[in-house]
Design a protein around this ligand. Structure first.
Ligand code: CU
Length: 127
């Protein structure tokens, strides 16, 4: 019985967090500056860790620099409507494996996550 109760207590905040994050994503489509509110909301939900407030998105762009020392790939990327990003050139963190797969001047499609810790490429597809 004790196990069942504990599971219920653990599952509830997770369900709420999933529900709320969906709402936040919808709101952000209307309100580009809503990201700070989303982070503050996280303080009311102790079950959420830093990863929970990161968003995942995909984009296309051209590699403009690869920095092994900083561990980054700089991409001149197109707009990312899902997270209200305009086109821009910016550095993404990328592990050694991903950095080895690309070269400067190459067109790529990539998936990344972005949040308070910065933006990290998680996968790359050559165009
Ligand atoms: Cu950008």
């Amino acid at each position: 019985m004790r196990t069942t109760t504990l599971m219920s207590l653990l599952a509830l905040p997770l369900a709420l967090a999933a529900c709320d994050s969906g709402q936040d994503t919808a709101e952000m489509n209307d309100m580009p500056m809503a990201e700070n509110e989303m982070i503050m909301d996280g303080e009311e939900m102790p079950m959420m860790d830093a990863g929970s407030i990161m968003q995942t998105a995909s984009a296309q762009g051209t590699v403009t620099a690869i920095d092994a020392e900083a561990g980054t790939i700089t991409v001149d990327h197109g707009p990312v409507p899902a997270i209200e990003w305009p086109a821009m050139t910016m550095a993404f963190e990328a592990d050694e494996q991903l950095r080895s797969e690309v070269s400067v001047g190459e067109g790529i499609a990539f998936e990344f996550r972005t949040g308070s810790e910065g933006s990290v490429i998680t996968s790359i597809t050559k165009e």
